[in-house]
Design a protein around this ligand. Structure first.
Ligand code: ADP
Length: 736
């Protein structure tokens, strides 16, 4: 008997130890509370093993104290567990906290019994097989100990019983097994005491009851709850779900799928509608997943159904089954179609806008070309002061009109993503000088001095899009001059190195002008937004300049900022990261005092009386203009007012170069060039320069790829025209 008890007790203890270790992982309040019970139960069984082994009276006496104390603790912890587990009578939880003090006193008293018999005295009996066993005789204080143990046990049972009576269906299982096993332990324990049995068999059921507690509270109940709730959730989904096992048997169909297709788990095979439709064109043996949209009729409605198929595998890639998930995406499809149509419309509108801008630019440039060209002739040839003044005004207005068109074109390029940043090596000081000379004439007219302050450490050559940076600086400087009446405008440049190879170049334009109010600063960079309109009525502008600057700076990964005080002036700073090409410091900045050539100082850059060129343009005025602009070079100029005429002339005459308009009634410039070249002979080998009002992004590249050797955009500047001719005319015919 003793051996059976001992063996069972050791097995029980080992089991408990395993549970304790297992509970160590992933601790939750419930797991922690169960773990505490198990640890105490483990100690209780250990004590019982020592008692049953009856090694020495003293050791047995100590083991009794340990055992009674562990029962104190177990019952208390059971009660705490019951509060957590049942969620009942939480208010009592605080009240029973005093139990801890009572337990400590009880444990001390039990310990005293080892020496003085406060609670029990120990005696020995002789068992049937002749061996000794130890039992205790309770003293009256022992009843206090019993009360301390049984009161929490009874409370625990009451809590479980109340919860059991309130629970419904499977929730009953949460309480029932624990209630039964606890009651069983109590009965065995009472029997041990009442019948003075040599062994307390109840302790053997600690592990069993523990296992039930463990299994029900931590696995069975949460799992069942999860399964039930999951299937309820899956049933209420608007998507349909069909689950298959690895043998292709349908194991689950949710409510939506049941309702939509009137199908049952037991009878649904892969060959049956709707699965047959979904798998029609698929290789079933090698199918892992697919997603497809099918037009289907469900409950009399024509719908678009998106089907998602996937196989399920465990983490070792064993095939477990598969599922079909389907949903009605009709509304999404309609929305998508509408969006695509709207996008196509928007694209069309954008293309139309770009075309309109290109055409408008072309149409406006053509007459400006004539106006500015003819005006240039007046400026060159007239000596009447009044007429020169009028011509000057025409030129200014023409320039303004031109910059307006350029701004609009630039913005459309930025908007359509066609604006490109083209870095080249440049000398920052040279760039500043050019800006100065470009802005100086305007500033002189307003009596505004322009000061340039330069950081001598700026590297001599850096890499960046010099033309775009110049455009930004000219824009800022033009604004400062435009909006400043007295004082001065300052352009300063600073270099902040990141390392040897890179740094930040910052340009600041400061003026002492009218300034911008705080409210207006926020609107400053908006497209077509002009601020302080009342005061700026007489200042020309479109409100595009700063918006373009901001976009260009952004494209160069830089930053533009402004600070301003109304009535005191403004300060615009542009900072752009640049690579260093020549790290040598630029040194002291010097302005070479040469200004842009003045109109009165026009001087042809070459003479070429032996060279012959043909100018082809359908607008007579342009032909006249070319002849006038090039008069002083002495060139022999023939003109043709159509492609056909040009072809004819080329049959009889040999030229050194042909200047060709592009947009002409058929044949256009390109066609004409091809036809002349097709005739062969001398004129097939000469350079062709296209002279066109088409100035949209990429125009130059397009024309060069068409076979033209050079590209000039209207309105043409005589300086550019002469430069182009010098480049392409035979060198021996040019005299400079
Ligand atoms: P605009 O072509 O009208 O000059 P911008 O985009 O260059 O267009 O500038 C927008 C507005 O910002 C201008 O209309 C002007 O009111 C204000 N502004 C720009 N620069 C300055 C400045 N330096 N001082 C005062 N106001 C300025």
């Amino acid at each position: 008997m003793r051996l059976i008890f001992l063996t069972s007790a050791v097995i029980s203890d080992i089991l408990l130890l395993i549970f304790i270790i297992f509970l160590q992982k992933k601790k939750s309040p419930l797991r922690a509370s169960i773990q505490k019970i198990f640890i105490t139960a483990f100690i209780g069984i250990m004590a019982n093993i020592i008692i049953a082994a009856a090694i020495t009276p003293m050791l047995t006496n100590v083991a009794f104290t340990l055992y009674f104390s562990s029962i104190d603790l177990i019952t208390y912890q059971l009660l705490m567990f019951a509060f957590t587990y049942t969620g009942q009578l939480k208010s009592l939880k605080e009240f029973v906290e005093f139990w801890r003090v009572a337990i400590i006193v009880d444990v001390l008293n039990l310990t005293a019994s080892i020496f003085s018999g406060h609670m029990y005295t120990m005696y020995s009996i002789t068992l049937d097989d002749g061996s000794i066993a130890y039992l205790t005789t309770p003293a009256s204080l022992f009843n206090v100990h019993l009360l301390l143990c049984y009161l929490p046990i009874i409370l625990t049972l009451v809590l479980l019983a109340i919860s059991l009576s309130k629970a419904h269906n499977f929730y009953r299982l949460k309480y029932f097994p624990i209630l039964v096993s606890l009651s069983f332990i109590i009965i065995l324990n009472v029997a041990y005491m009442m019948f003075k049995l040599p062994f307390d068999w109840s302790v053997l059921f600690y592990a069993f009851a523990g296992f039930l507690l463990f299994f029900y509270s931590l696995f069975y109940i949460p799992r069942r709850l999860m399964n039930n709730t999951l299937s309820l959730a899956v049933d209420s989904m608007k998507e349909g779900l069909l689950l298959y096992d690895a043998e292709e048997n349908c194991i689950y169909i949710n409510k939506t799928a049941h309702d939509d297709f009137d199908i049952q788990e037991e009878t649904l095979s892969l060959d049956q509608y709707p699965i047959s439709l979904w798998l029609e064109d698929k290789d079933k043996d090698n199918l892992e997943s697919f997603q497809q949209i099918y037009p289907m009729t469900i409950k009399g409605k024509d719908l678009m159904i998106k089907v998602d198929y996937r196989i399920c595998e465990d983490n070792k890639h064993n095939h477990l089954g598969a599922f079909f998930l389907f949903e009605d995406v009709t509304a999404d499809q309609i929305l998508m179609k509408n969006l695509e149509e709207a996008k196509a419309e928007a694209n069309q509108a954008n293309v139309a806008k770009s075309l309109f801008l290109a055409n408008m630019s072309h149409e406006i440039r053509t007459p400006i070309n004539s106006i500015l060209g003819m005006n240039e002739m007046i400026l060159r040839e007239s000596s009447d002061e009044h007429i020169l003044e009028y011509a000057d005004d025409i030129q200014k207005s023409g320039d303004t009109l031109l910059s307006l068109i350029n701004n609009i074109l630039d913005f459309s390029k930025i908007e359509s993503g066609k604006m490109e940043i083209r870095p080249t090596g440049y000398a920052p000081f040279q760039l500043l000088r050019e800006c100065y000379h470009l802005i100086e004439p305007r500033a002189v007219q307003k009596d505004l001095p322009i000061e340039i302050k330069c950081d001598p450490d700026i590297p001599r050559e850096i890499l960046g899009d010099r033309e775009r940076i110049k455009q930004i600086l000219i824009n800022l400087l033009t604004n400062s001059v435009k909006y400043t009446r007295y004082g001065q405008v300052t352009l300063s440049a600073k270099w902040t190195p990141f390392d040897e190879k890179e740094g930040m170049v910052s340009f600041t334009v400061t003026d002492t002008g009218q300034g911008i109010s705080e409210d207006d600063i926020t609107k400053l960079f908006n497209v077509f937004q002009r601020v302080d309109e009342e005061r700026n009525r007489t200042v020309e502008g479109t409100g595009l300049g700063l918006a373009i600057c901001r976009e260009l700076v952004r494209m160069m990964n830089g930053n533009i900022s402004v600070s301003s005080k109304q009535g005191e002036g403004s300060e615009f700073t542009v900072s752009i990261p640049q690579r260093v090409l020549d790290p040598m410091a630029s040194g002291k900045f010097e302005l070479q005092k040469e200004s842009a050539p003045k109109r009165s100082a026009y001087k042809e850059s070459f003479h070429a009386p032996d060279a012959k060129i043909l100018v082809v343009d359908d607008i007579e005025m342009n032909l006249k203009l070319m002849a006038a602009l090039l008069k002083k070079t002495g060139l022999q100029i023939s003109v043709a007012n159509s492609g056909e005429r040009a072809i004819e002339i080329c049959k009889n005459e040999e030229f050194d170069l042909i200047l060709m308009d592009h947009m002409m009634p058929p044949p256009d410039g390109h066609e004409t060039m091809k036809l002349i070249k097709a005739e062969g002979g001398h004129n097939a080998e000469i350079p062709y320069v296209v002279l066109t009002a088409n100035a949209v992004e990429g125009a130059k590249v397009t024309y060069l790829s068409m076979g033209f050797d050079g590209y000039l955009s209207k309105p043409v500047l005589s300086r550019d025209l002469e430069e182009m001719l010098m480049k392409f005319l035979p060198k021996d015919k040019i005299h400079t």
